[in-house]
Write a protein that binds this ligand. Structure first.
Ligand code: NDP
Length: 291
């Protein structure tokens, strides 16, 4: 039997609706103030411009405030750090998103590290990653959170499952491995030096590909009935394809995400959800401080 197709567009729309309702409630209980997300884009990379444009549009669609800073390609690092410090201190800003990658002349790690952990809605600071690794509450990277939301939505049992994550990046593989571990899966993380990758993948009840290699995960790497989540986005002559050979894998898997329309739409939805969480936590901390 062919796999159930997990519809990321529909799940993302549900998340956005939930966030929009919670934003209205937040405004009602905070004198009309709505959460604010600041986006920072350095340079004019066309793909980054599209990503930031989508983030801003969806921020406003759920009723939050979008604050944008577009900086010139040649902006020096200290000027960018100054802007981050201003946004950290700005009470109307609940989340700060610096669109990556930054120009080569700027130390990306230093910029990410400068973001107030309470406003780190991308979940990329060492503080956020550390909390996640320790299984403590914090802001979690958006794409891995989106993967967990899709698994929940598809009714996939994570506790006790064998989960295999292919890819160990700070953005996707590592935080996802920690989320799965925190949800009590038995987690294996694979990477470019993994031996017998196909053999390891075949053990997985939950198989996640986050590599950036078109159709690398073959149909015969998939355990019958497994949930297959494809994070990969690869531009090829056939258009956008994932890291999984979708046509072959869907004949074996129990559930599978398509590309496009799977994990992709979840990332911004979780960014909005993180911004609301950051706003709620900051408002609660401010109320406690003034009590
Ligand atoms: P990175 O390039 O940072 O990491 C890729 C990982 O894949 C590395 O850990 C690398 O191993 C591993 N890898 C590379 N080649 C192989 C191989 N032959 N066998 C096994 N492992 C391999 O990528 P990202 O994590 O940032 O992104 C991964 C994919 O997800 C990309 O296609 C990206 O476009 C997509 N993406 C999609 C998002 C979405 O919203 N849907 C968001 C973010 C990313 P090693 O560490 O050993 O080098």
């Amino acid at each position: 039997m062919a796999a159930a197709i997990i519809d990321g567009k529909a799940v993302a729309a549900e998340v956005r609706e939930r966030v929009a309702a919670d934003v209205r409630e937040f405004a009602d209980s905070h004198d009309g103030r709505v959460p604010g997300l600041a986006t920072v884009l350095v340079g004019e990379d066309p793909a980054s411009q599209v990503y930031v444009g989508n983030k801003r549009k969806q921020t406003e669609e759920v009723g939050m405030r979008s604050i944008h800073h577009g900086l010139d390609d040649s902006t020096p690092e200290d000027e960018l750090l100054e802007l981050i410090a201003e946004l950290n201190a700005d009470d109307g800003v609940d989340g700060i998103l610096v669109q990556l990658p930054l120009p080569d002349a700027i130390d990306q790690d230093a910029v990410v590290a400068a973001i107030d952990p309470g406003k780190d809605v991308d979940g990329l600071t060492a503080g956020s990653a550390g909390l996640l690794a320790q299984g403590r509450p914090g802001l979690v990277a958006c794409t891995p959170q989106g993967v967990m939301e899709l698994l929940r939505h598809a009714g996939v049992e994570v506790e006790g499952a064998e989960a295999v994550v292919v890819g160990r990046s700070i953005l996707v593989g590592r935080p996802l491995a920690n989320l799965l571990l925190n949800a009590s899966a038995t987690v294996t993380v694979c990477h470019s030096r993994t031996r017998d990758l196909g053999e390891v993948c075949r053990r997985a009840d939950i198989l996640v590909a986050a590599v950036g290699a078109p159709r690398m995960v073959r149909g015969d790497w998939v355990k019958p009935g497994a949930a297959v989540i494809d994070v990969g986005i690869n531009r090829t002559d056939d258009g956008l394809v994932g890291d999984v050979d979708f046509e072959a894998a869907k004949e074996v898997a129990g559930a599978i995400t398509p590309v496009p329309g799977g994990v992709g739409p979840m990332t911004i939805a979780m960014l909005l959800s993180n911004t609301l969480r950051a706003a709620t936590a900051r408002a609660a901390a401010a109320a406690t401080a003034s009590a």
